[in-house]
Design a protein around this ligand. Structure first.
Ligand code: UD2
Ligand code: MN
Length: 587
């Protein structure tokens, strides 16, 4: 046994050394115990948790470890969600180093009490809410893979401390094949000695399953009326549970999201989103989740600042759903791996198949947003991309064209079999993606539908022909309109459209110019569309000029070379002011 320990230690040191060399190797699997070198057990169809062989450590060892954890705690540190700081240079250096492994400041987290307090930043009206005295019960499912001890246990304690015992039936911890010693024997010892045995269940997955299958296993093991999923690095705010349960009691097919506050990964400060200005979920045509403002119509429809607020999509990690409804509405796509895409899948599916997604503003949960994934992606796959391709193939109908315009590469990648999901959609007679866009997310800009013209915007006088090009700028940053040789096929870099309203735009950004009516030559910039037209209003006239309404000037590329900024100049008869759109829908 001592030989094994030695070999394990040696291996561990080598891996640690490797992982400090480049940030990309952080994602390599850290194998520090001999038994994990063996092939994992064959996948089983059942969800019977397999137990790991007992390690050599005894209860006394675990007791000593827990005592050591407790000795590190600084009483009061981080209370009320205050920002904390390390002072000791050695600790700072260690924290910096461990950041590359955990994606947050673990040294600091270990000093903060597992039961620290967080601020109650709820809307004042939340304090006067009344709840039924017959609310459904909840199973809180917390999945994790190699989560750091202190953040995981802080999540568990926070839920236990802020949930009325009669409503919290159980916490189901799902270990997605962690290989850290402390998440095995020590965790089981802690559950046995420090936590209410009737409340906290532990399910171990026999192989690395990814967050989607881990949540499914948790849902199967859960028995309460309502399922609530949380990530393994959360802290809940007082009375977080009741508004979720109350709403599900009233509306069984509502899937509910708390306001997600931000816990800093660096100093553990709990920053709360303002209760009047929280955001709901949207998506990008490239297949990513994004936050959007609550539309004005929705603020009216919901009736109150703390009313259930409809959200087209959700971030994915934190939500509540009636347990039976979870299965009725298609649970999850079991073939999605590791991370990513399942949140949009569930969002589209719930809306299109008759349910709804709502933010409950009086329920708040803090989450540590980590700057990178501190776990491996077996096989090195782009699971977000592949999972999202599964989403678009099943749910987005012909709108998948817009996704593939961004992710042409995914058209030739094996995304697995999707027939079961398509069959489900058919069987449930779910509505079309167009219905979703028209009814749930009418403000979503469709670059090739809601438009006068779209595609590559070409100037034929230039050699080679230049087209408008965003020159690889981030879609949400401010930048100058550029030009580049026209591509042979339409790619997103050169996708511009003229909206029916008269915006010259991309998915989120509009071309803007100063409204000054002088003879000066100005730059055309791309900034987030403000919807008010004004300095973002354009007209494509019969001559083919793109005329800025507010200044009366025209887009002009005379003497502008590739990859340079486009100008707005007094309109003239210059052929460098004439542009052709690739597709014209309203001549
Ligand atoms: C967000 C969601 C996350 C998930 C993801 C899209 C929030 C706050 N978080 O990313 O829940 O919907 O978007 O897929 O909305 N995990 C496993 N096995 C794995 C990988 C992860 O169990 O193979 C666990 C992990 O320990 C964590 C949870 O899944 O508890 C989510 O992972 P994350 O925290 O890395 O995802 P996040 O917050 O970046
Ligand atoms: Mn997370």
């Amino acid at each position: 046994a001592s030989k094994l320990l030695f070999a394990g230690l040696f291996f561990g040191i080598v891996i640690l050394w490797l992982s400090t060399r480049s940030s990309s190797s952080v994602e390599q699997k850290v194998i520090i115990r001999e038994k994990y070198v063996q092939a994992p057990p064959a996948p089983t169809q059942s969800d019977v948790p397999l137990r790991y062989e007992q390690s050599a450590l005894t209860d006394q060892d675990y007791e000593a470890m827990i005592a050591q954890d407790e000795a590190r705690i600084i009483p009061g540190l981080g209370d009320e969600g205050a920002a904390c700081e390390l002072e000791d240079p050695e600790e700072l250096a260690l924290a910096e180093k461990l950041m590359a492994k955990e994606a947050f400041n673990i040294v600091l987290s270990n000093k903060i009490s597992l039961t620290r307090t967080v601020p109650d930043a709820r809307h004042p009206m939340c304090k006067n809410q009344r709840f039924s005295n017959n609310l459904p019960s909840a199973s809180v499912v917390i999945i994790f893979t190699n989560e750091a001890w202190s953040t995981l246990m802080r999540t568990v304690h926070s839920v236990l401390n802020h949930s009325p015992p009669h409503l919290l039936k159980e916490i189901v911890l799902v270990d997605d094949f962690s290989d850290r010693e402390e998440l095995h024997g020590k965790l089981e010892y802690y559950l046995r000695t420090r936590l209410p045995a009737d409340k906290v269940k532990l399910v171990r997955l026999p192989e690395r399953s990814g967050l989607i299958r881990a949540r499914l296993a948790g849902a199967r093991a859960a028995s309460a009326d309502v399922l609530i999923f949380l990530d393994s690095h959360c802290e809940v705010v007082v009375q977080w549970l009741e508004p979720l349960l109350q709403r599900i009691k009233e509306s069984r097919t509502s899937v509910l999201i708390p306001i997600i506050d931000v816990i800093s990964e660096k100093n553990f400060e709990y920053s709360h989103v303002h209760s009047e200005n929280f955001e709901v979920g949207g998506f990008t045509w490239s297949g990513h989740f994004t936050w959007i403002h609550v539309p004005e119509e929705e603020k009216i429809r919901r009736g109150s600042a703390i009313g259930a607020t409809r959200s087209p999509t959700m971030a994915g990690g934190l939500f509540a759903i009636d347990r039976n409804y979870f299965w009725e509405v298609g649970s999850y796509d079991e073939q999605m791996d590791v991370w990513g895409g399942e949140n949009l899948e569930m969002s589209f599916r719930v809306w299109m198949c008759g349910g709804s997604l709502e933010v409950m503003p009086c329920s708040r949960v803090g989450h540590i947003f980590r700057p990178f994934h501190p776990y491996t992606f077996p096989g090195g796959k782009d699971t977000h991309g592949i999972n999202t391709a599964r989403v678009v193939e099943v749910w987005m109908d012909d709108y998948k064209r817009l996704f593939y315009m961004h992710r042409n590469d995914l058209q030739t990648v094996d995304i697995g079999d999707i027939s079961a999901r398509r069959k489900f959609r058919e069987k449930m007679k779910c509505k079309s993606f167009k219905w979703f866009l028209d009814n749930v997310y009418p403000s979503k800009y469709i670059p090739d539908e809601d438009v006068i013209a779209y595609g590559r915007v070409r100037n034929e006088a230039s050699t080679p022909n230049f087209c408008f090009d965003n020159l690889n700028h981030d879609s949400d940053s401010n930048y100058n309109l550029g030009i580049y040789g026209c591509h042979n096929t339409l790619e997103t870099n050169q996708l511009y459209s003229l909206s029916k309203k008269g915006e010259l735009r991309r998915e989120f950004n509009c071309v803007q110019a100063p409204a000054t009516k002088s003879l000066s030559v100005e730059k055309a910039t791309l900034v987030p569309c403000h919807d008010l037209l004004g300095n973002q209003e354009w007209e494509w006239n019969k001559r083919g000029q793109l005329k800025h309404k507010a200044s009366g000037k025209c887009i002009d590329i005379e003497n502008v070379h590739s990859e340079e900024d486009v100008k707005v100049a007094p309109c003239s008869d210059s052929k460098f002011q004439i542009f052709q759109f690739e597709h014209v829908l309203i001549p």
